[in-house]
Write a protein that binds this ligand. Structure first.
Ligand code: R5P
Length: 266
């Protein structure tokens, strides 16, 4: 089946994937009505084709409706199979009701995506209490991993790395990367009290003065987690950690806040 790739929000991956797959790059326009509602218009022939819609699901509340409109329009125009290729998969962290009265958004979001798309491709979704996307997604969902690329980058650029995961949920990434490059690693304990209120116990790092500390997590959102670890490391040593995340969402002023705490050195 012929493939054609579209992106509602002009994700740069769409062009490179189309090139790599030697597939057509489809044209669409996204019009906003004065009241903020969207209208998607498809300009390429899609009848009988497999469509890959490439857009990441950061800022998901803004993006989801236009993506659903795109998917339904493509289907109406005869597209055969509509695959959402989203490097970041939203809503996976609310995988249980943390407080009485809350819902399990990961499940509801999976139901929504499974309704409007025929397949999903994503990178390192936040799998914790949900162990596999199959538990909540009813469409074929393929998970790709960034670990190898991160491991190769560290190997090529850092002489004496010490990898640190800020919380138990980061273990899966930190451990796999550390093992690949045969580097030491540790995983810290985090207590989250609110969106930006986290407490993380950082051990004394005096025995690691020769190392380049690398903090590895799957997501940076408010950057509160990274900032907390960086602050604690700065308190007990003159080490300057490097922060790596698979999905650097950086809400609002969080990039500047992290940068102020730990100026970029590379
Ligand atoms: C949490 O479970 C994730 O692995 C990240 O640690 C978290 O999303 C980071 O969020 P923030 O940057 O807001 O501290």
């Amino acid at each position: 089946m012929t493939s054609i790739l579209f992106s509602v929000f002009n994700h740069p991956l769409c062009d490179s994937l189309a090139k790599e797959l030697e597939s057509e790059r489809g044209e669409l326009t996204h019009h906003f009505f004065p009241d903020g509602e969207s209208c998607i218009q498809i300009h390429s022939e899609v009848k009988g084709k497999k469509v890959i819609l490439v857009d990441s699901l950061d800022k998901v509340n803004q993006k989801i409706m236009p993506l659903i409109l795109a998917s339904e329009t493509l289907r109406e125009l005869g597209a055969n199979d509509i695959i959402l290729c989203s490097p970041y998969l939203a809503y996976m962290r609310q995988d249980k009701a943390f407080q009485p009265g809350q819902g399990i958004s990961a499940r509801y979001f999976a139901k929504l995506i499974s309704t409007y798309f025929d397949g999903l491709i994503t990178i390192d979704p936040h799998l914790h209490r949900i162990k596999n996307l199959k538990e909540v997604y009813t469409i074929p969902a393929k998970t790709l991993h960034a670990g190898e690329a991160i491991a190769n980058w560290i190997k090529d650029n850092i002489k004496e790395p010490l990898l640190i995961g800020p919380d138990s949920e980061s273990r899966q990434w930190v451990e796999a990367i550390a093992k690949t490059i045969e580097a030491p690693f540790m995983v810290l304990e985090k207590i989250r009290r609110g969106d930006k209120d986290v407490e993380i116990k950082v051990p004394n790092l005096k025995d690691y003065q020769q190392k380049q500390i690398i903090l590895v997590d799957d997501i940076i959102s408010s950057a509160g987690t990274m900032i907390e670890v960086v602050k604690a490391i700065h308190k007990s040593s003159n080490l300057s950690p490097l922060c790596i995340a698979v999905h650097a969402l950086f809400s609002k002023e969080s990039f500047n806040a992290l940068q102020a705490e730990n100026p970029l050195q590379l």
